[in-house]
Write a protein that binds this ligand. Structure first.
Ligand code: NAD
Length: 362
């Protein structure tokens, strides 16, 4: 029987609670689909600062490198906010992405019918939305140099550099074209080519690559228009390709189409080596340890791990079906229930109880 090595990174805040749910489900679904998983739990973020003094210990990174896939919950918390930037939990996450060479961030946004009422947009606008944001993760203005802060002439000036090389654009564009091929064949590349030189290169490279993918219909949008179109008529999108900064903003906007950040998974991939699978949300310190967190984004991240990381689509389908079933049965965590859910007779459950229902549904 094939055994896959999974590094589990529970991290901080609600991380350990939602990791426990995902782990039990992964154990159950692997057993029923003829493969096994061996888990190696390692500290990252604030938990690693407490245990080892650094947000990404060398042994955590090494364990991730040696595994077939990595499942991360979330990092961060107010206790660490006063630390210098490079010692904070968030630096551990950036170092992990860099250490694994993860340049492509995939965020699916799919409306679950039972939750259509949770969105702040009208049902006719969001029903049937099924899109994927592909964000470049290791380049652009977050990493460009020179950057810094200088004092001159009695003023303080701070600056960053937004830069992309042709190969960085090509490798992320390839991921997006391939995904579009496997999906509905439509790719929209988002840039600011009317103003930024770096965006013009982005557009030139993406346009050139389209010749290799004749089955994909390529379009381009300026980022300001894309932000509007996402809330005006999100159904027009299949795959959205963006740079690091624009993708950071647009993927959060797209995330809110579903109405809850507690439902959204993501995957980060490199050229080779293990992918990193994690919910879009953070460590939610305001609700940590109260057994009220929604574990579904974590469970759906585990499903992406099975589908994309281990090529086990049947097991991924089973997990996703379990989520659909539990929601269709009216089970909701606090973040999802709202006035409408209560009026519709939905049942409010905690994190562990939702985990039990998911196991039963499996
Ligand atoms: P957050 O996503 O942690 O929380 C935002 C709001 O959403 C909070 O009210 C929280 O209670 C709620 N929420 C989030 N996930 C939920 C879930 N699964 N179930 C129910 N409610 C949920 O974002 P924030 O408050 O801006 O950040 C908190 C900490 O998380 C910070 O330290 C931040 O740096 C960190 N963070 C980490 C990641 C990551 O690990 N990838 C991402 C974003 C933020």
């Amino acid at each position: 029987m094939t055994t896959y090595r999974i590094t589990l990174l529970p991290g901080d805040g609600i991380g350990p609670e939602i990791t426990a749910v995902a782990r039990r489900l992964l154990e159950a679904v692997s057993a029923s689909h003829g493969f096994s998983l061996s888990f190696d739990e390692q500290p990252v973020g604030g938990a690693a600062i407490d245990a080892c003094g650094v947000p990404l210990p060398e042994r955590t990174l090494e364990a991730c490198r040696q595994s077939d896939a990595v499942l991360l919950a979330a990092i961060g918390g107010p206790r660490y906010d006063g630390l210098p930037r490079e010692q904070r939990p968030e630096s551990g996450l950036l170092a992990l992405r860099a250490g694994l060479g993860l340049f492509a961030n995939l965020r699916p946004v799919k409306i679950i019918p039972a939750l259509a009422g949770a969105s702040s947009l009208k049902p006719e606008v969001i029903e049937g939305v099924d899109l994927m944001v592909v964000r470049e993760l290791t380049g652009g203005v977050y990493f460009g140099t020179p950057k810094g802060r200088v004092e001159a002439g009695g003023h303080v000036r701070a600056f960053n550099t937004m830069a992309y090389s042709d190969y960085e654009i090509d490798r992320i564009a390839k991921v997006a074209f391939q995904l579009a091929t496997e999906r509905r064949g439509r790719l929209c590349s988002v840039d600011k080519a009317n103003v930024l030189d770096v965006s013009q290169l982005w557009r030139d490279r993406v346009t050139a690559m389209a010749a290799d993918y004749p089955a994909v219909e390529l379009s381009h949008l300026y980022v300001d228009n894309a932000a509007m179109q996402l809330v005006r008529w999100p159904k027009q999108f299949d795959v959205l390709l963006t740079s690091n900064l624009f993708g950071d903003i647009l993927s959060d906007e797209a995330a809110m189409l579903t109405g809850s950040i507690g439902m959204l998974p993501s995957a980060s991939l490199g050229s080779d080596g293990p992918g990193l699978f994690e919910p879009v949300h953070g460590s939610a310190p305001d609700i940590a340890g109260q057994d009220v967190a929604n574990p579904m984004a974590m469970v759906l991240s585990a499903a992406m791990l099975l589908r994309v990381g281990l090529q086990r689509p049947e097991a991924a389908d089973a997990l996703e079906r379990a989520v659909d079933q539990v929601l269709a049965a009216g089970c909701r965590t606090a973040d999802l229930i709202g006035e409408a859910g209560l009026a519709a007779g939905c049942t409010r459950l905690g994190c562990a109880a939702i985990g039990e229902r998911l196991l039963e549904a499996l």
